[in-house]
Design a protein around this ligand. Structure first.
Ligand SMILES: Cc1cc2nc3c(=O)[nH]c(=O)nc-3n(C[C@H](O)[C@H](O)[C@H](O)COP(=O)(O)OP(=O)(O)OC[C@H]3O[C@@H](n4cnc5c(N)ncnc54)[C@H](O)[C@@H]3O)c2cc1C
Length: 595
């Protein structure tokens, strides 16, 4: 199993040098101040916890998995103890509202800790990540009374949270959901129905679990317009706010699945369970989108963190394992063969992993800053702009970073040859664990429809222009800077082409709505490659300003070159495919697919 080491130099480079976190934190009027010392301490403690406490749990957790019994779900050995340590360390409260005991630190800083936790042990991190997303939703949408009842315990980490959307007949299409809620005279509701695939629906790490459940109030309109959101606790709080009576919600079973085996994926039965409305009736999806957006960025992080872990394993192996000689003559003449890392094709795989991990880190951290700005900046216009841009970029981050993370995890296995297929090395676990990331929180196909259909076409291209203008401005500023020409020239061309492609697709879609669905995933991947090209150009520009002999900074520019020369040309294939249109997909009659 690869031992995880937090990539602190890169994390600090992205945060401090590229994204100027000091200026960013200072612009957040309603968040606590973050001094550089505090930031360094948080990152270094988060790294130690991830490396020393969580990383050792990853492989045994996969082997043991979760177990279900009538009494509940048991997580693997060590999970609960690690959680106690995490809660005692104050980590659950890091980004929470100080009004409920939180430390009020910016979410973009919390995300750095989440990245390290996720690389070390994704399954463990799911329990904490979902709990924190649930608490953030309640901070924004719940009544004062609900906030007073639940947020203190959730902030200190004694109570966790889940998101309960999916039912057996509805996943992508939540308009079909059937779980129902009947109003009681005291203002509460009785929630009845079955939710499936609920992550952390039942477990032994926290004393209470607060489910956020989508359900339909009797008489509500059909489809997505009739969905409401409820808080349904496992134990109803007593008059002192402590764990009280058991509510009518139980875990019927857990799924046997390909990966993330230490994360309990539960069938949850709600049997007239007492629930409390969050926000207004029939406006539940709006509130849930809040949690989903944060969970989407969290899932994007899975692509990055698994890609990083796989890269670390592959790099160490490629330096150690001796096989054959370099085509250009021996590089390890005193040994029986050369290490794998001398071979061009192995380097192609390693550099692809490096380019995706570091590019995605910069991209996700930037989106997280935009989300901070949207919620907490003092300047109204800055908040509005950040909202628009983060909405556009979230589906790109979620789908592109998980798809390319998966490609990277597969390369990590490939670098190990046949040994990558053997469990002991841990490389196949990374692939298995990561595979879910392109499916849950909205599949790649659903993210792509959201991007092209809702965000880009839905705004008449305006939302896209917010981003292309930023790229345009950056290119103008950088065009004369020594060393930047190869990046700027290509980025300018792609930025222009992106707008042209969008216009052409818009015209096609006017004649045939299926053109949107036919183009959407290619469009999203194109958008992802351009987004990472922008981040790589930003990183290269900062690196070029630094010490020319610094190996880390030189490698940044070299990796940017690799990305532009060897990965970015993929945009051409996506462009051709999406502009070739829907006919080759839609012409075939359903009964002609197979004989
Ligand atoms: C391990 C795991 C953990 C999960 N955790 C949670 C959780 O905590 N809470 C929760 O509520 N859910 C959870 N889920 C559910 C998950 O979010 C859904 O499985 C996912 O949203 C997809 O829904 P589905 O499985 O019903 O697939 P479907 O919606 O049936 O989709 C099947 C395929 O059809 C495609 N498709 C569907 N509609 C369209 C369309 N209009 N256009 C183009 N393509 C389309 C999809 O992209 C997909 O490829 C989890 C699932 C798993 C496996």
């Amino acid at each position: 199993m690869p031992q995880y080491t937090a990539p602190l130099r890169d994390i600090n480079f992205v945060l401090k040098d590229v994204l100027k976190s000091d200026k960013h934190f200072a612009s957040l009027a309603t968040r606590e101040e973050v001094s550089e010392d505090l930031m360094d301490a948080i990152i270094s403690e988060g790294a130690k916890f991830s490396e020393n406490v969580l990383s050792p749990l990853n492989q045994p957790g996969d082997q043991e998995g979760c177990t279900w019994s009538e009494d509940g779900v048991k997580t693997p050995k060590g999970f609960k103890e690690a959680y106690q340590q995490y809660a005692e360390g104050g980590w659950p409260s890091m980004t929470a509202n100080p009004e409920f005991g939180g430390q009020g630190l910016p979410n973009s800083l919390g995300l750095v800790v989440t990245e390290m936790v996720s690389s070390a042990c994704w399954s463990w991190g799911m329990y904490t990540g979902l709990s924190q997303s649930a608490a953030r939703l309640l901070e924004v949408y719940a009544s004062d009374e609900l906030q007073q009842t639940y947020l203190g315990k959730m902030t200190e980490g004694t109570w966790g949270g889940t998101m309960c959307l999916t039912e057996s007949h509805c996943g992508s299409d939540l308009g079909l959901l059937r779980t129902k809620a009947e109003a009681n005279a005291d203002g509460s509701y009785n929630v009845t129905g079955t939710k499936i695939f609920i992550s952390g629906g039942e477990h032994d790490m926290m004393e209470n679990i607060i489910h956020l459940v989508l359900a339909r109030v009797e008489g509500a309109p059909e489809g997505t317009k009739g969905i409401s959101l409820f808080v349904v606790p496992k134990f109803l709080p007593d008059e002192n706010g402590e764990v009280g009576e058991r509510n009518g919600v139980h875990c019927g079973s857990i799924e046997h699945k390909m990966g993330i085996k230490a994360s309990a994926t539960c069938v949850m039965n709600f049997d007239s369970a007492k629930g409390f409305l969050v926000g207004e009736e029939n406006r539940g999806l709006n509130a849930m989108f809040h949690m989903m957006n944060s969970a989407r960025l969290g899932t994007a992080l899975q692509g990055l963190s698994a890609g990083e872990a796989s890269f670390q394993g592959a790099l160490a192996y490629a330096k150690d394992r001796l096989q054959m000689r370099s085509l250009s003559g021996p590089k390890n003449p005193s040994g029986p063969a050369d290490p794998l890392i001398v071979h061009a094709d192995v380097r192609r795989m390693l550099l692809t992993q490096k380019a995706f991990a570091e590019g995605s880190r910069a991209f996700i951290y930037w989106v997280a800053q935009l989300v901070d700005t949207f919620y907490f900046a003092g300047d109204e216009q800055a908040r509005k702009d950040a909202e628009e841009l983060s909405e556009l970029l979230t589906p790109i981050a979620k789908a592109f970073v998980t798809e390319t993370g998966l490609e990277s995890a597969n390369y990590g296995m490939q670098v190990f040859g046949g040994h990558g297929f053997i469990s002991e090395w841990g490389m196949e676990q990374i692939v298995r664990d990561l595979r879910i990331s392109t499916l849950y929180e909205g599949t790649t196909g659903i993210q792509a429809l959201d991007l092209l259909g809702r965000k880009v076409m839905g705004s008449g291209g305006k939302q896209l222009m917010v981003f292309t203008k930023i790229i345009h401005r950056f290119c103008k500023e950088q065009q004369d800077k020594p060393g930047m020409a190869p990046f700027v020239t290509k980025l300018v061309a792609l930025n222009k082409e992106w707008g042209e492609i969008t216009g052409k697709l818009g015209e096609k879609a006017m004649a045939n709505a299926d053109e949107v669905g036919a183009a959407s995933v290619d469009y999203l991947m194109y958008a992802g490659y351009v987004s990472l090209a922008y981040m790589w150009a930003r990183m290269a520009s900062v690196a070029l300003d630094g010490d020319a002999d610094d190996v880390f900074l030189k490698a940044k520019v070299q990796t940017a070159n690799f990305y532009y020369q060897r990965i970015l040309p993929r945009t051409e294939a996506h462009k051709i495919a999406m502009l070739n249109g829907a006919d080759s997909l839609m012409d075939m009659p359903e009964d002609a697919f197979a004989f």
